[in-house]
Design a protein around this ligand. Structure first.
Ligand code: ASP
Length: 300
């Protein structure tokens, strides 16, 4: 059975470790958590964890989620402040709470009770980027900064989809969200079924870029459901793109879908041809080292 790990380009600090851990027989949740932790602590990744971007008030609010494809157990953390590794907080929640989502102060309280340290998670480089943005864009009344169809903000996420031996799946995502977002804004990453879904019987999917659009289409769950209904991984992603095409009004931003079917075949695509071309990272049995691949373009 094909062992596979798929990460997006932001996952470069974690992919090598993830592929080694998989080869050594680590549990898929451990692989996902470790690969994402390495990304969260990497200051050069400017959209996740320590290196990520704060909200419009200069406060770092991080989102993450994790999912066990064998049991369909999920845990999501939204807008947590002062904690370096939201993915590990989510992992801890899988083990210690009957809940599936914690946000803000409650999420931080849970983390501290579990023994996580409160830290300054705003890297000096990110603070500089914020100060520059603030000098050009800030308004006391924050609603005056945003427009309903304005996609000028940039963002990014780290995603990890893992298929271990015997077909067990796990997935995880972590992000600082939309750069300089409205405080409290959640994207798709902490919304199970939007930014992440895995089910070992059918496969897994994760999304990046405009989280609002992935939420509006319940995108990750939809892609897995298309595979459940018999679509190939490529067709399932194309159906997901078609769902995005049905969105009317609001901001119609770029979305990238990463999907892995139950046999370990992957397909990654984005909807709009314009914009930055992105790559993703894959390791599978038979590869000496992970490979960088170009995303496909699907305008369903
Ligand atoms: N999907 C993330 C969010 O909306 C950001 C991204 O991946 O670009 O928060």
């Amino acid at each position: 059975m094909q062992r596979t790990v798929v990460m997006n380009a932001e996952g470069w600090p974690g992919i090598e470790t993830a592929s080694k851990m998989l080869q050594e027989g680590a549990a898929p949740l451990d692989v996902v958590e470790q690969a994402i932790r390495l990304t969260e602590q990497e200051v050069q990744v400017t959209t996740v964890g320590f290196g990520g971007a704060p909200n419009a008030l200069g406060v770092m609010q991080l989102d993450a989620s994790i999912m066990n494809g064998d049991t369909i157990e999920t845990a999501a953390i939204g807008a947590i402040e002062g904690i370096m590794h939201p993915i590990s907080v989510a992992r801890e929640m899988l083990k210690r709470l009957p809940h599936v989502m914690l946000v803000g102060e409650g999420a931080q309280r849970f983390a501290l009770e579990c023994g996580f340290k409160k830290e300054d998670v705003l890297a000096p480089e990110a603070k500089k980027r914020y100060e520059l943005w603030k000098s050009q864009n800030f308004k006391e009344k924050l609603i005056d900064i945003f427009k309903a169809n304005d996609g000028s903000g940039s963002h990014g996420t780290v995603i990890s989809l893992v298929r271990a031996q015997h077909g067990s799946f796990a997935g995880g995502v972590s992000t600082s969200g939309w750069d300089f977002k409205f405080p409290g804004r959640l994207g798709d990453s902490p919304i199970i079924g939007a930014g992440l879904y895995v089910d070992s019987r059918y496969g897994g999917a994760a999304c990046t870029h405009c989280g609002e659009n992935a939420i509006r289409t319940s995108l990750a769950r939809s892609v897995v459901l298309y595979m459940k209904k018999g679509a190939t991984v490529r067709d399932a992603v194309a159906e997901g793109m078609d769902d995005l095409k049905g969105l009317k009004g609001g901001y119609q931003g770029q979305v990238v879908i990463y999907a892995l079917d139950k046999a370990g075949n992957h397909f990654v695509a984005r909807r709009f041809k314009e914009g930055k071309m992105c790559q993703y990272l894959v390791w599978s049995d038979g590869m000496d080292r992970f490979r960088k691949m170009d995303t496909n373009y699907v305008d369903a």
